[in-house]
Ligand binder design. Structure first.
Ligand SMILES: CC(C)(COP(=O)(O)OP(=O)(O)OC[C@H]1O[C@@H](n2cnc3c(N)ncnc32)[C@H](O)[C@@H]1OP(=O)(O)O)[C@@H](O)C(=O)NCCC(=O)NCCS
Length: 140
């Protein structure tokens, strides 16, 4: 493995974003939608093994006191090797001093607790696809 982190959106094969999200059991859109979402984000992190994209994550932020992390996913054969932690920590470094929120997929809460995130008690969400998100266990 020759792992490297790149925060630039240049030279990304955007078609791999929905593919890796889908493989990770996460929600995904068409390629162009992901390209715009990443390009419009405050922080983007892409991890490569040589030139192969193997994982990524992104954050929205005001750069001052609030941030939110989205779309953290790693190809299954690279999971459990500290790459998720590397992605989240790289994002956190870029938004130091901010409160950071995210929604963890069911069963992934332990990953975020290992990075010192705590379960929120008063989180509220207005999802586009409210029924589906309820079925997936994100809301009551
Ligand atoms: C969840 C995910 C991002 C974790 O990335 P990863 O590279 O496998 O995790 P790491 O190897 O960096 O693990 C970091 C720590 O979290 C722990 N951890 C990882 N996944 C965990 C889980 N599902 N439950 C509990 N702890 C977990 C590891 O044991 C490790 O602990 P340590 O620091 O004490 O050794 C990755 O498994 C993934 O992409 N899954 C599919 C997509 C997904 O569900 N994304 C998250 C959506 S919210």
């Amino acid at each position: 493995m020759n792992i490297r982190v790149d925060k630039s959106c240049d030279n990304v094969d955007w078609s791999l974003i929905p593919e890796i999200l889908k493989l990770g059991g996460m929600g995904y859109f068409d390629t162009e939608t992901h390209k715009k979402a990443f390009e419009n984000s405050y922080t983007t992190v892409f991890v490569y093994d040589n030139d192969k994209l193997i994982g990524f994550g992104r954050a929205l932020s005001d750069g001052m006191y609030q941030g939110a992390i989205y779309d953290v996913a790693i190809l299954s054969q690279y999971q459990g090797k500290g790459i998720g932690k590397l992605i989240v920590n790289t994002i956190l470094e870029s938004i130091q001093g901010c409160n950071v929120i995210l929604y963890a997929a069911k069963g992934k809460e332990g990953f975020y607790s290992s990075l010192n995130f705590r379960r929120m008690k008063t989180g509220m969400a207005l999802f586009n696809n409210a029924e589906k998100m309820k079925e997936k266990g994100f809301t009551e």
